[in-house]
Each structure stands twice: as C-alpha cells, then as structure tokens.
Design a protein around this ligand. Structure first.
Ligand SMILES: *Cc1c(COP(=O)(O)O)cnc(C)c1O
Length: 458
C-alpha cells in the first residue's frame, strides 16, 4: 500500500452516537455520596448542573445520540485526522507503527471543545444564561469560552489557577477574545477564594480551589440561571470525548487495522484518555488483546501513587464524594508546566477501569516529557502541549520496547493538544531551568490520612 500520512473521515462518517462505558464495566460503579455518606440523588446536583446533563451523568444507556445541532458545530474541525507518525518512527528506528489522533486542530487547540460544545448546548436548552468554570493551563477555559460564543446567549466566567494565569497570559486573552471573563484563582470574587487568600496569600492555586470558587458563584446566583461546567472527571465529559476513539476505530479500519496493540493517553482528570481509550476498552471487554496505558506526571501521580478512595473533587468540599484514585483534595501540586495534569483526583470511570485491571498507568518526569515533545516537534512538526508530551513520552517508551523485542506493534495515542501557548515551558526546559519533582510519599500519606472517616468504595 502506498504510504499515507493522514487518514480522514468524511463528515457523514462522524459518529452519530457517543459511547457510555458505564453499563459495560465489570464492577458496578460506586455512586457519588453526599457529605452525610448517603448516595446523592440527581435532584441534589440540580443547583450545579442542568438536568439534561445530570441525566447523561447517571445514564446506563450504552449509546447516546449526538444532537444534530451539536454535530454541526463539531464539523468546524471534526472528524479530526488520524496521522501516521512516520517521521517519529524513523527517528526512533522502531518497527512499531505509531498513529496519533490529532485533537489539536480544534479552534481552542485541544480535545476540550468536544465536551465544551455539548455542555454549552445542553445548558442553553435548559434555559441557562451563564456558565462558571475553572481552568488549569487555560485550555478548558478557552474551550468553554469558544463553545459559549458558538452557542450564543450564554455568559462565561473562568477561574484560572494562579500559577497558570501568571505563566500563560495568552490563554486569558484568548478567552477574552471569545467574550469570556477570566480571573486569577484564588480570587476576591468568592468566599472560598477570600478564605484561601487570607490563609495562604502566596499560594500558587490549584484546580481544587478554582472549582470551589466556580461552584460557589454558580449556586449563589439567586436567579437560578447560572450553572457550573467541568471540563473533565465527570461521566458525561468522558462520554462526549468518546467521539475521538470512535473516529479512530473507523480510521484504523481504513488502513486495515482492526485493533491497535497499544492505546495511550495522558491523564489529568481522565477525559482525553477516556475519549481515545473507552471505545477500545469495549473491544478489550469483548476479548481483544489491547494494552491500554494512562500516562501522568511524577509530580501529580494520582493513578500510580494515589489510593482508590472516596474523596471530594474540590478543596471546600462542595462536590459530592466520588470513588476515585486520589492524592487527597488538599493536595497542592508543584507548579509544573503540564497545568492540565495537576489535579488531585481522577475520573471515577477511569479509576474504575484501572481498579478493574482494564488499563495500566505510568508516571513520567517532566524532563523526559519535554525531551519527547522536542523530538516530536522536530520530526512530526507539531509542537505538543506539555500535557500531551506525557502521552508521547509513553509512546516513545513503548516504541523502543517494540524495537528491542523486534515486534511490529501498532501504537495509537491521543495528541490531546498543541503547545503554541506553552512555549515558555519549552524555553525553560531548553535553558535548563526545569527540575523534576517527585511528590513526597509522606505528603500523599498525610493528605490521604485526612480522609479518615470517609466511606470506602467497594
Ligand atoms: C486539559 C488537557 C489535558 C488533561 O485533561 P484530561 O481531562 O485528562 O484530558 C490533556 N491535554 C491537553 C492538551 C489538555 O488541554
């Protein structure tokens, strides 16, 4: 067959349904619990999310229709190309065939608009006028700002983790360009922000703090027309992202690959990983032999060093307790450049997949990741986001293994986003200003010890 770099789908071939893995997991999911330890009801989430998204959150339907209006907006960049990394393969001298799904082609530059668009759409359907959210590196804030602009008639307010707000000023400008407001978190706009600032005036912030602020603003709007939107972690977010893996499956079939041998994604809250991996976990659950790897930073080792516990999603304990791998909600990570991977918890669906042995996890230091990012930039030409470099580093590890074993493995990874707004991180790496952080185990233990008295998942 002639060498083909990019594999496209027609718009008419874009999936018309999302895949919900919940009914297929081997163990039943542990339900989210309220502070009283009792399972929460959908109604209890109603001040925070619109009911149509809550229905998706708790759905046990395997396939869920993508509304046509949402498909029309997704067509601006979807189906995204599947790319064969010939140049990277050559540089590595590996017999492995490496494919990546290029999610950096979205207007905001990452996979995140795949869920931002449906979330804004469902909120509008429900009569919501304003969305609040948090953002780490700024990717999610930009994605939601873009989505609200596309849908129209919804204001967007973003709490951005302070260290990223300072490191990545262009992200804020991007959000402003789409018409959204963006403030540094912790901020003076909320009680939770003011409390944290009083106690820790120099804090670099965390996603857990920013989430508290965004939820507080949503639930304290007395008109009832504001809701909160989360860019990862929740079941409906994983659901929306499965369009990535479903497309990849069709694209691989076009080049004669039924299933890849290895599927890789980086893990922050788990959504881009779930997006590419869940459709292949479905195959794995039906007998296919596929190795599925989640890659995360050593400095925020949720899957590799966290515990499978019930924990809150935020510092102020406004979210329900979720059964997930966690480093404890008081965890404040080192200010590494992969801002989108600095979250203490993990999607309950991804956590359950790890707990059930459907996947494995690897922790990687940021220097190995940036090195992988530089090699990728020079060979494939696209500069990856620091988050994405974790998936690339894991891919390179597996491609080298395939070389040692002399095996022609097919590796598929998710290219979750580009790094054109993260060049300061690259600059620091190239000038020797980045160090590797390993989060001390005794601090993880101390954080998790604070969860004493929390219920344990089954
Ligand atoms: C946000 C982000 C991530 C991490 O979030 P997940 O929900 O784990 O996918 C990874 N890559 C990029 C480019 C991001 O913007």
């Amino acid at each position: 067959m002639a060498r083909q770099k990019k594999i496209f789908l027609e718009e008419s071939e874009m999936p018309k349904q999302w895949y919900n893995i919940a009914p297929d997991l081997p163990s039943p999911l542990n339900p989210p619990l309220g502070l009283d330890g009792k399972p929460i009801s959908p109604e209890m989430l109603a001040p925070v999310f619109p009911m149509n998204l809550i229905e998706q959150e708790v759905s046990q339907e395997r396939w869920i229709d993508i509304p046509e209006e949402i498909r029309q907006i997704l067509f601006q960049w979807r189906p995204s190309p599947l790319i064969r990394a010939y140049e990277l393969e050559e540089a590595l001298g590996t017999p492995a065939k490496i494919y990546y799904k290029n999610e950096s082609v979205s207007p905001a530059g990452s996979h995140k608009p795949n869920t931002a668009v449906p979330q804004a759409w469902y909120n509008k359907q429900f009569g919501i006028k304003k969305l609040t959210t948090e953002t780490g590196a700024g990717q999610w804030g930009s994605a939601l700002a873009f989505a609200c602009a596309q849908i129209g008639g919804i204001e967007c307010k973003v709490y951005m983790v302070r260290c990223s707000f300072d490191q990545k000023p262009f992200r804020k400008m991007l959000m402003n360009t789409y018409g959204a407001k963006c403030v540094s978190s912790p901020s003076m706009d909320t009680q939770s922000g003011r409390d944290i600032l009083a106690q820790y005036p120099d804090t670099s912030g965390s996603l857990a703090i920013a989430i508290s602020e965004a939820i507080e603003e949503a639930v304290s709007d007395t008109t009832g027309k504001t809701r909160y939107s989360l860019g990862s972690v929740l079941n409906h977010v994983m659901l929306h992202q499965t369009i990535i893996g479903l497309e990849a499956k069709k694209q691989l079939a076009k080049v004669g690959v039924k299933n890849p041998d290895i599927v890789i994604g980086c893990c922050g809250g788990g959504s881009n990983f779930a997006g590419i991996a869940f459709p292949f976990m479905y195959e794995k659950l039906h007998g296919a032999n596929i190795q599925i790897i989640g890659a995360e930073p050593f400095s925020c080792p949720t899957l590799t060093k966290g515990s499978f516990v019930y924990d809150n999603g935020d510092v102020a304990r406004m979210t329900p307790m979720m059964a997930m791998y966690s480093l404890g909600h008081n965890f404040v990570p080192a200010p590494i450049h992969a801002g989108g991977l600095r979250y203490h918890g993990m999607s309950p669906l991804v956590s359950a997949s790890l707990h059930d042995g459907l996947m494995e996890a690897q922790a990687i230091h940021q220097s190995e990741c940036f090195e992988a990012g530089l090699l990728f930039s020079k060979t494939e030409g696209i500069i990856p986001a620091p988050e994405t470099t974790h998936a690339i580093a894991a891919t390179i590890r597996e491609a080298k293994k395939a070389k040692e074993e002399g095996k022609e493995k097919v590796i598929l990874f998710n290219f979750s986003g580009h790094g054109l707004m993260d060049l300061v991180g690259y600059e620091k790496y190239m000038t020797g200003q980045l160090s590797d952080y390993e989060y001390p185990e005794h601090e993880i233990e101390a954080n998790l010890a604070k969860l004493k008295g929390y219920p344990m998942p089954k």
